[in-house]
Design a protein around this ligand. Structure first.
Ligand SMILES: [Zn+2]
Length: 201
């Protein structure tokens, strides 16, 4: 499994850069679109962390443990997204100035970083279903990270900070919908665990 450990560790490192840049930038610039995308990447970090752990431990992780971890991760993401949605709605009725350049730059870092995560996972994804899901997920995240870029451009062009809140609302709703769908529909992501365990046998 050593050949999968390396790309997974690289993916984790890249994702760490993304979430730090997005959260730090988001808080600094009062950009909720960045904060929402950053929080989503924290949840991805947990999922990637468990994948790394599954391949790093000689005995692997049990399928049941990984399934439970993924489920709790999804529930945590939903809870935080709910809180953030509340903040976004508050912000919509009471806009706060947003430094538009920050979500543009941090969003580009996020898109490049998520693309990098997908890129390093592309090879091992060919022969590993669990890694393939992470690969496909991060291709989608590359697009999602471009949303704060759009928010920043709209804020700069219009001088209206409310565009950041509108985009944050769209991102938060997209995260909630995809997460609920994956949990309720017993999405294949919840079966990551079985694939990881199979890989160890
Ligand atoms: Zn993600």
């Amino acid at each position: 499994m050593a050949h999968r450990r390396k790309p997974l560790a690289a993916a984790l490192a890249l994702n760490t850069v993304v979430l730090v840049v997005e959260l730090a930038g988001g808080i600094q610039a009062s950009s909720l679109s960045l904060v929402v995308d950053g929080v989503h990447n924290v949840s991805d970090e947990v999922a990637l962390g468990f994948l790394v752990l599954a391949y790093a431990l000689r005995a692997g992780l049990s399928g049941r443990l990984l399934r439970a971890a993924n489920l709790f991760n999804s529930i945590g993401l939903l809870a935080i997204s709910g809180l953030l949605l509340w903040r976004v709605l508050e912000r919509l009725s009471n806009p706060v100035p947003v430094l538009g350049l920050v979500p543009v730059i941090a969003g580009i870092v996020g898109a490049v970083g998520n693309w990098g995560v997908a890129r390093v996972l592309r090879e091992p994804a060919r022969e590993d279903a669990a890694i393939r899901l992470a690969y496909v997920h991060n291709l989608g995240d590359t697009l999602l990270s471009l949303a704060p870029v759009a928010a920043g451009i709209l804020v700069i062009a219009s001088g209206q900070a409310i565009f950041d809140s509108i985009v944050a609302l769209v991102i938060a709703v997209a995260i909630v919908v995809t997460t609920v769908r994956s949990v309720v529909g017993s999405h294949r992501e919840l079966l990551w665990a079985d694939n990881v365990v199979c890989g160890h046998r």
